[in-house]
Design a protein around this ligand. Structure first.
Ligand SMILES: C[S@@+](CC[C@H](N)C(=O)[O-])C[C@H]1O[C@@H](n2cnc3c(N)ncnc32)[C@H](O)[C@@H]1O
Length: 364
């Protein structure tokens, strides 16, 4: 598949070559980047991160802080699985982080696995960019996003960039039009605001976080859009009267594991009108939600079907804040047998972006 011989090189040189390709995308093919990533991951001693919490990469693997894992005591904790499970024996090199370097108690190979897996999509999108988005709209949405409340790690909030939010909104409008009632099930990305900017007229959002709803409400009003927000926990609540069964589209970016993802999808479905026009727009990626295949396989039983998949539509800027101490991470990796210079790990963090696809679902 690859034109370069990637076998035999150590992790350090594989990753250095991946970083070089990310710095100068024209210098390599994405297939070469993929081959180097797989060769580097082959040296990890684990095929994939442990599917803790029922499929999600364990929390600190995807910092900032505990992305994806509600804080102790937060509502929704009962859906989080047993925290104790995070550190179970994975059967591969199990002396746990006892070097005192890494205070997050996570297997550092998981972060490395995820960064490496996101390198080929990052490279692909550098060579084949997604559809361009109107720069004026991006600037306007960025202005609104600047007012967004601080991300609440307790609610798994982590945002895509403004262009990605507009791409998601455009995909929704392309499918259902601007007159359709549309609900965002969880909306820290501000999809409803992007929809309003693109001319959508009948907008709803539900979110467990009142701060997100307050922000959306204020911004949507300033845009003059019709917007209604409702606080709801998809794990516990049914959609309120005004939303249940009346939306033509539901847009959601669920927590990334099988069980919780299905709760968001079930809630989204409960918001939809009957009939063939109704659509769910679900953002996810198989290298992030490790149970995505199971979710897809269970759609049929839920009365849903996959209509199309829009690959790599959304980008997450990976900031240095995700890996604040690369030296400590590199030491922790070395303790797990993965020899990587801190500068190489830091360069990977700097150049990789996270990606998700958009899955479009309809009633079966
Ligand atoms: C789930 S987060 C994005 C999660 C991200 N895909 C991940 O895996 O971490 C998207 C939105 O859903 C909201 N949210 C989180 N948990 C929720 C719940 N139980 N019910 C309703 N909304 C929720 C968040 O506040 C945020 O605005």
């Amino acid at each position: 598949m690859s034109e370069v011989d990637v076998d035999g090189a150590d992790v350090e040189s594989q990753v250095a070559a991946v970083v070089a390709a990310l710095r100068a995308p024209a210098s390599a093919t994405t297939a070469e980047v993929e081959a180097r990533v797989e060769a580097a991951l082959g040296a990890l001693g684990i095929a994939a991160p442990r599917p803790v919490d029922g499929g999600r990469l364990s929390s600190a693997a995807l910092a900032p802080a505990s992305h994806g894992t509600p804080r102790e005591g937060d509502e929704g904790d009962e859906h989080e699985g047993d925290e104790g499970d995070e550190h179970h024996d994975d059967g591969a090199g199990d002396e746990h982080d006892d070097d005192g370097d890494d205070d997050d108690e996570e297997d550092p190979r998981e972060l490395f696995w995820w960064l490496a897996k996101m390198a080929p999509p990052t490279h692909r999108r550098a060579r084949e960019p997604a559809a361009p988005v109107d720069a004026d709209l991006v600037a306007r949405l960025e202005g609104m996003l600047a007012e967004r409340p601080e991300p609440d790690e307790g609610h798994a909030q982590m945002a895509i960039d403004a262009a990605s939010t507009l791409r998601r909104a455009q995909a929704v409008i392309d499918e259902v039009g601007v007159d359709a009632p549309i609900v965002a099930v969880g909306d820290d990305d501000g999809v409803t605001l992007a929809l309003a900017l693109l001319g959508a007229k009948d907008l709803f959002a539900v979110d467990v976080d009142p701060a997100v709803l307050g922000w959306l409400d204020e911004q949507a009003r300033a845009l003059g859009a019709r917007f209604e927000g409702a606080r709801a926990d998809v794990f516990e609540d049914a959609p309120p009267e005004g939303i249940r069964g009346r939306c033509v589209a539901a847009v959601t970016d669920p927590v990334r594991n099988g069980e919780e993802c299905l709760a968001f999808l079930d809630y989204a479905k409960a918001c939809l009108v009957e009939g063939p026009a109704a659509r769910i727009f679900w953002a996810d990626h198989p290298d992030w939600n490790l149970e995505l295949a199971e979710v897809l396989a269970s759609l049929d039983a839920r009365g849903l079907r996959l209509v199309r998949e829009l690959p790599l539509l959304h980008a997450y800027p990976v900031s240095a804040a995700w890996v604040p101490d690369v030296e400590a991470k590199a030491r922790a990796l070395a303790a797990r047998g993965v020899a990587l210079r801190p500068t190489t790990l830091g360069a990977l963090v700097e150049h990789v972006r996270g990606w998700t696809n958009l899955y479009v679902l309809a009633r079966r």
